[in-house]
Design a protein around this ligand. Structure first.
Ligand code: PLP
Length: 404
């Protein structure tokens, strides 16, 4: 008789977004005349940029002719895309990364989940709290997190690094030494960032204790302030301790188009073994490449016109972020994020729990956000709003919140 991977049975139900959906539809059914504004989800709403659409059309036409048809993509991804990535995302930032250290993929969610394949189950992971749930859940599936403790909403074998107002929403170096450290900046859900000096401290620490940092830079394009690193490879020594994850989802609206990449420098080793070789083996064995037409669309993002058009989209979302941030501040809320990230993180008023505030906002303002406690125990008492709605709805939502 076959046996299942029992680690899956340890996973608590993913209640967050399904509970939100249930509550919203129940409220809608009871109040059909109310217009609900959703500022909860982390999905983009603007259409793909014209230059991306043109590139897709051209690539589709190529696929229809024998002379220009493309089958399986090269293992690491097409060179035209990897070269564009290196030029734009790394060389321009003074980071020493070469095209053969880039692995093109179908997005950062799969990469952040799959990267665990190349590490022993014995490694201990450290995560920020609150956190993008994929890092913990995929490690739980692999059997790396111990047992789930429902009362604490924590796993027994995970190092949690609280990111609260007390720590300026950044993690502190953990007391217990981890093997794998997940960092995500700009951060989902808090919208916080760290400075280059602070990130350098993490790189130095990882090199000292022999840990690897998995650095999720999915929101890099939203950085507006100086002194905030765009890639971990701006830090000295990162080539020997860091893997970086990138995505086209939030910088170019590819959430439904699917494209991302992972960077593994060849200097990152365990003894004599390059992690690059392990990931190349994994990638070549379990993945058959992002589609040619999508890689061409990704290439278009890096053209001058592509940068201009996607830059305008980001500016549109960040104008929403500013509207939310300023609106909440003027209504007396304690808020952070929203400057280098499309997420605004607010403290719930009057000691309300995250879910109490969710209900309050839904019922009194007909606005939907995301309870902070859904991202980890240290998210309790906080709430996330996103800048991915339309400007008109964002303004309307803030007017309603201010009128409460
Ligand atoms: N990493 C973080 C921190 C995210 O918030 C998200 C999506 O919301 C992802 C990765 C997923 O990116 P992708 O769409 O490339 O899978």
């Amino acid at each position: 008789m076959f046996k299942i991977n029992e680690n899956y049975l340890k996973l608590p139900g993913s209640y967050l977004f399904s509970t939100i959906a249930k509550k919203v539809s129940a409220y809608s059914a009871a109040n059909p005349d109310k217009e609900i504004i959703r500022l909860g989800i982390g999905d983009v709403t603007l259409p793909l940029a014209p230059v991306v659409i043109d590139s897709l059309h051209n690539a589709v036409d190529e696929m229809g002719k024998a002379e220009t048809f493309h089958g399986y993509a090269p293992d690491l991804g097409y060179e035209f895309l990897r070269n564009a990535i290196v030029e734009h995302d790394y060389k321009k930032r003074g980071a020493d990364i070469s095209a053969d250290e880039i692995f093109v993929s179908d997005g950062a969610k799969s990469d952040s989940g799959n990267i665990g394949d190349i590490f022993s189950v014995d490694n201990k992971i450290a995560v920020c709290d609150p956190v993008y749930p994929v890092y913990v859940d995929t490690n739980a599936m692999a059997g790396r997190t111990g047992d789930y403790i429902p009362e604490q909403q924590k796993w027994s074998n995970v190092i949690y690094m609280p990111c609260t107002a007390e720590t300026n929403f950044a993690p502190e170096l953990p007391k217990e030494t981890p093997d794998i450290i997940y960092l995500c900046f700009p951060n989902n859900p808090t919208g916080s960032t760290i400075t280059k000096d602070e990130l350098q401290r993490w790189v130095d620490y990882a090199n000292k204790v022999g840990a690897v940092i998995i650095y999720d830079a999915a929101y890099e394009a939203y950085i507006s302030e100086e002194n905030v690193p765009h890639t971990i490879y701006e830090c000295e020594g990162a080539r020997t301790c860091a893997i970086e994850l990138r995505s086209f989802s939030k910088n170019a609206g590819f959430t439904g188009t699917r494209l991302g990449f992972t960077v593994i420098p060849k200097d990152l080793k365990s003894g004599d073994v390059m992690l690059h070789s392990l990931w190349a083996r994994r990638h070549g064995t379990k993945f058959n490449g992002a589609p040619y037409i999508i890689q061409r669309a990704g290439e278009a993002v890096y053209t001058e016109e592509g940068q201009k058009q996607t830059g305008e989209q980001i500016a549109y979302y960040m104008n929403n972020a500013k509207t939310i941030l300023e609106g909440l501040k003027s209504a007396g809320y304690t808020v952070s994020g929203g400057v280098n990230a499309p997420y605004i993180w607010l403290k719930t008023p009057d000691k309300m729990t995250s879910w109490e505030f969710f209900d309050y906002l839904l019922e009194k303002a007909n606005v939907v956000g995301t309870p902070g406690s859904g991202f980890g125990p240290s998210g309790e008492g906080y709430f996330r709003l996103t800048a991915f709605g339309s400007y008109e709805n964002t303004v309307k939502a803030l007017e309603r919140i201010k009128a409460l």
